[in-house]
Write a protein that binds this ligand. Structure first.
Ligand SMILES: [Zn+2]
Length: 452
């Protein structure tokens, strides 16, 4: 029989999330202090002493902990309080109304990631209410500025107050959802994330009149070669360990996937054909898997020209490049510049706007083992696999300090092979009340088993 869900927290965790969504923490400007104060007040009713650290006025992060006996390493439950912007006109409900209807809590941040904040706060309260004897400290941090790079949030806290926030184990966003397959549910734990390089290429030319194109040297035409070269680049397939494990688990789930995925695992070079076959099983599968097999480059902004009849002397394009664990920012830049070596080098400049190295945590850890065990108790027979995330989270700051970090917000699956990341940052972002209860139950049991 599956483990019992904590149905009794349903009302409380739902209300908590609804209240959090009502505090508009769109970043920029963030205004996370208001949400941090709300949580501090809420937690104080259960006897918690919270501290709020502001990196700048209004940019507050909340930290608190339940003390343990120091026989085990501590665990941090991490979340961020800021959200991305929402255009109310596109939504079917007020994105900051905290609406609860049809079994869902609706609003910006429901998934990314106030839903997990509410679940983590609930877990902390339950540890205290149930008087769980902890062998290590359980920390909670709800931080500012994740959506704009974390410099005013986790990065600031780790630099200024490491003793308040650092822990050898960290649970954060980015994983925990289940993929419904042919046979059972496969839960993914985010153990790694890609790195990024945002860079700008500027092409120079000689200006002229639009009516006499041959007398000019059109920077837009030069840039079009750059865009084609970089945007059309197919990086070689590299199977990193987390992805190989994920694909092996997926192959076990569905007989239709077994044969093509085994071929891919045995010979990564066969990926093009295998991905074509996978898209026949489900389009989303190809879209999910392909960027996890290689470095990607995408042009995201283009600017050039000022007037209809002037051939511009400058055109610039911003590219978003994502690199796999094991690759470095420097390697990527050398490779990308090399791709442009035959396009008038002296007329191109290259500027790095932002760079983050990839990060990963080992999979063979007590925390991962407990997660697998607990998921098996709540969803007997389910699969559990590590997952490489194509985007980035605050986990990378902790991984740099040596902490084991996993993205794990436990959620039941939607439709078969539905996207792993669905309405995060999207219109009508929402989380089901059922998943708030499931998430609280699984996370509570994970923390209890690991720490007591
Ligand atoms: Zn997030």
């Amino acid at each position: 029989m599956p483990a019992k869900l904590l149905k009794e927290v349903e009302g409380e965790v739902t209300q908590l999330l609804s209240d959090l969504i009502k505090i508009n923490t769109t970043n920029p400007p963030g205004n996370e202090t208001e949400a941090a104060r709300f949580l501090a007040e809420n937690l104080s009713r259960d006897g918690f002493d919270c501290e709020i650290f502001e990196s700048a006025p209004g940019r507050g992060s909340l930290v608190t902990r339940v003390k343990g006996s120091e026989e085990k390493p501590s665990l941090l439950l991490l979340s961020h309080l800021d959200v991305v912007a929402a255009n109310a006109e596109e939504w079917s409900v007020d994105p900051f109304g905290g609406v609860v209807k049809d079994g869902f809590v609706w609003g910006r941040g429901a998934l990314d990631m106030k839903g997990m904040t509410a679940v983590e706060v609930m877990v902390l309260k339950l540890l205290k209410r149930n008087n769980v004897k902890l062998k290590g400290d359980v920390l909670l941090a709800a931080t500012a500025d994740e959506e704009r790079g974390g410099v005013s949030g986790v990065d600031y806290l780790l630099r200024r107050y490491p003793e308040k926030i650092h822990a050898p184990y960290v649970l954060n966003e980015g994983g925990g959802s289940a993929i419904s397959t042919g046979r059972r549910n496969l839960y993914v734990v985010q153990t790694a994330e890609k790195g990024l390089v945002w860079f700008k290429v500027k092409a120079k030319g000689v200006p002229g009149h639009g009516s006499m194109p041959d007398a000019a040297d059109n920077a837009i035409l030069r840039m079009s070669k750059v865009i084609e070269r970089l945007g059309g680049y197919h990086a070689p397939v590299t199977l990193v360990p987390a992805v190989a494990r994920f694909l092996r688990a997926l192959a076990e789930e569905d007989t239709a996937l077994q044969e093509p995925l085994s071929r891919l695992l045995a010979n990564p070079k066969s990926s093009v054909q295998v991905l074509d076959e996978l898209s026949e099983v489900a389009t989303s599968l190809r879209e999910e898997i392909e960027p996890r097999l290689k470095m990607t480059v995408a042009p995201t902004m283009v600017r050039g020209g000022v007037k209809e009849n002037i051939i511009p002397s400058e055109c610039e394009t911003v590219f978003d490049c994502r690199i796999l664990p094991g690759q470095t920012v420097d390697q990527a830049l050398t490779l990308l510049k090399g791709l442009l070596s035959d396009i008038d080098q002296d007329r191109l400049t290259f500027e790095v706007l932002q760079a983050q190295e990839p990060s990963e945590s080992p999979v063979e850890t007590p925390l991962y083992n407990v997660i697998s065990r607990v998921l098996g108790e709540f969803d007997p027979g389910c699969g559990v696999a590590p997952m490489l995330m194509t985007g980035g989270t605050d986990s990378r700051f902790f991984r740099k300090t040596g902490s084991v970090c996993y993205g794990f917000f436990p959620r039941l699956p939607g439709a078969p092979y539905e996207r792993i990341i669905t309405t995060e940052h999207g219109i009508d972002e929402r989380v089901s009340v059922e998943n708030l209860v499931f998430g609280t139950s699984v996370l509570y049991e994970t923390v209890r088993k690991l720490m007591s």
